[in-house]
Design a binder for this molecule. Structure first.
Ligand SMILES: Cc1cc2nc3c(=O)[nH]c(=O)nc-3n(C[C@H](O)[C@H](O)[C@H](O)COP(=O)(O)OP(=O)(O)OC[C@H]3O[C@@H](n4cnc5c(N)ncnc54)[C@H](O)[C@@H]3O)c2cc1C
Length: 573
């Protein structure tokens, strides 16, 4: 029989017991699982790891316990899967890794309807929907972020992310409550932690040619530049790179502090408890998914970093439901196309003195190759930053997402991806809710939890008229820029992608000074609590177009500083 903590009385008894000597042993004798630590962190993505690293490094006595719902799927904790030679040789095959990593958040009933299924087969009765695996009978399809997804593995989404780490423009941080100079410093520190570089592709022929074509045709004010990436070329074999993952963020901290850091994998963080003092979280209930045991963890501080959906979900499930929880949700629009480089660009390569030697060497080695580009020439990594005249973020590069694999139809060396990210106006009405809606009766109960048994997230998200007009301008800009570079790859014509595909949901536990319109204070500490923090893109209070992780790491560095400060009171004399 699994060990369960089904009643609040059991939890209260265990919290009281935790204050006695040998509490963990006594709890075991009484048939419970109790763990006592200093710092509890939920979620092992880049933000949970930023908290872990900062606390382990700056607080030499603190013990840190991290719980992660996913398993450890790489021998190195949190490493980027794209560091394998296999994916660097064949970037298209990484598309399938990403596809496999993305579990949808909310699938409306209509998406489960099979109109061509033979009548003899079992199907749900008319008016009923399939309610397995995150399918959500309460989801209004028109308000869904259909492509929004969660990655459940040690390292979170940073096991597959593209590592773009631009700095946000002033207009992307207007609601940021942290003084500008301080936040600039935090962004710089975040860049170091994420090992951000913008010069690792400088020697690439394709990168140089694409960038020069854009610099030539676009006004200087567009600021065409190298994309800042969490990446470093390997010194042992410069053909390959090391992409930043959570192992990069953790550095040597885990190795150096093996006795002070513990990771519980395949462990669902279920509920926080505040049984004695409403301003303090005393414990968290987690479930060991391998044997379905509940474990109570008593700690001094609690930080929830479970992504922009998982973080508010845990707060909601813990009855911590401030007005702003799940609201002010912002997700970027995405326009996408792929082009095949113009003949004039490709044909200018052999005569370019900078590349002559490399091209001639390649031609000698591969006389049958009609392209004057070495097979190991790195991909282009160019970007056009957000400006007030063009308020969107542009990536002109070649990389794997859950879509956009080229296949055998074109030589990938001449294919360039254009990804344009548009912001969305902040609105209180754009939100994710959890669990059943009041007006729905028991009949939908089965659809009211997600695949892991947590309250089902439901989206209510619309783009405003202003967003629509901006998106239209962004699409035109994309087609103009595509035409500078080449012709559309058949099948990858300009298109808006499914809402949610950017995977950059922000705002659902936003920070701010006003508890009416935010969930946490500028230190990311949940309003009205002394020892509860939230971290991740959900803390970003702004409409951003650029990729959010560097900004979230910056907020987390400040939050972790506040955790350390709080822990000072427990330091041995
Ligand atoms: C294809 C792709 C490309 C991307 N490219 C970029 C990019 O170029 N630049 C950029 O800035 N961002 C990018 N991102 C997004 C980036 O990966 C995220 O912003 C970042 O990982 C967020 O970090 P996090 O730690 O807050 O959340 P996550 O990485 O999502 O980690 C949260 C962790 O919490 C765990 N969890 C959730 N619920 C529970 C629970 N109840 N109990 C225990 N654990 C739980 C999850 O399993 C997960 O491991 C990309 C993502 C993808 C998938």
């Amino acid at each position: 029989m699994p060990i369960r903590l089904s009643s609040d009385d059991d939890v209260v008894r265990l919290i009281q017991l935790s204050k006695e000597p040998n509490a963990e042993k006594k709890a075991k004798e009484a048939g419970y699982r109790l763990v006592i630590t200093d710092v509890f962190i939920a979620g092992s993505g880049p933000i949970g790891c930023t908290y872990a690293r900062t606390i382990l490094d700056k607080n030499p006595s603190a013990h840190v316990l991290m719980a992660e719902i996913g398993s450890q799927d790489h021998p190195v904790m949190g490493s980027h899967f794209k560091n394998s030679v296999k994916y660097q040789k064949d970037i298209d095959s990484f598309v399938n890794v990403i596809k496999g990593a993305l579990q949808p958040v909310s699938v409306p009933p209509g998406d489960t309807l099979q109109t061509t299924l033979g009548e003899a087969a079992w199907a749900p009765p008319i008016g009923h929907a399939l309610v397995m695996q995150g399918n959500n009978p309460n989801q209004e399809p028109g308000l869904n972020l259909r492509a929004s997804a969660i990655t459940r593995t040690v390292g979170g989404m940073a096991t597959h992310w593209t590592c773009c780490c631009p700095l946000p423009h002033g207009q992307e941080r207007v609601s940021n409550p942290i003084p500008k100079d301080e936040f600039d410093g935090l962004l710089k520190e975040a860049g170091n932690l994420l090992n951000v570089h913008d010069n690792q592709y400088d020697h690439s022929i394709r990168h140089t040619k694409v960038k020069e074509a854009l610099l030539q045709e676009l006004p200087k004010a567009r600021g065409v530049s190298n994309l800042p990436l969490g990446v470093q070329r390997r010194s042992d074999n410069p053909e390959y790179v090391t992409w930043t993952g959570c192992d990069t963020i953790l550095g040597q901290s885990i190795e150096n502090n093996q006795t002070r850091f513990k990771l519980m994998t395949e462990t669902r963080v279920t509920q926080l408890y505040s049984s004695f003092d409403p301003k303090m979280v005393e414990a968290v209930k987690v479930r060991d998914l391998n044997n379905n045991d509940d474990v109570l963890i008593v700690a001094k501080t609690f930080t929830i970093c479970c992504g922009a959906i998982g973080t508010p979900q845990i707060l909601w499930n813990s009855n911590i439901r401030p007005d702003a929880l799940g609201r002010y949700l912002s997700e970027q629009s995405m326009a996408f196309c792929q082009i095949v480089l113009k003949r004039s660009i490709v044909e200018s390569i052999p005569g370019d003195s900078r590349f002559k030697e490399r091209v001639e060497h390649h031609k000698k080695q591969h006389p049958n190759d009609p392209l004057p580009i070495p097979f190991n020439d790195p991909e282009p990594q160019v970007y056009i930053p957000y400006t007030s005249d063009h308020p969107w973020h542009v990536q002109v590069h070649r990389d794997a997402f859950s879509y956009g694999d080229v296949g055998p139809k074109a030589d990938p060396r001449v294919v360039v991806d254009l990804r344009f990210f548009g912001k969305s106006k902040i609105s209180k009405e754009n939100r994710v809710t959890f669990g059943p809606k009041e007006q729905i009766g028991d009949e939908w109960k089965a659809g009211n939890t997600d695949i892991y048994g947590m309250p089902q997230p439901t989206f209510e998200v619309k783009r405003s008229k202003e967003d629509g007009e901006r998106d239209q301008r962004m699409m035109k800009d994309m087609t103009d820029i595509a035409n500078i570079l080449g012709a559309y790859l058949p099948g990858s014509n300009p298109q808006f992608m499914e809402p949610g595909l950017a995977l950059h949901v922000t705002g659902t536990t936003r920070i701010g000074s006003d508890p009416k319109t935010s969930v946490a204070d500028p230190d990311s500490r949940v309003h009205n609590f002394r020892n509860l923090w939230v971290g991740g893109n959900s803390v970003i209070p702004d409409a951003t177009a650029c990729n959010p992780t560097r900004t979230s790491v910056a907020y987390a560095l400040k939050g972790a500083g506040a955790v350390n400060k709080y822990l000072e009171q427990f330091k041995p004399e």
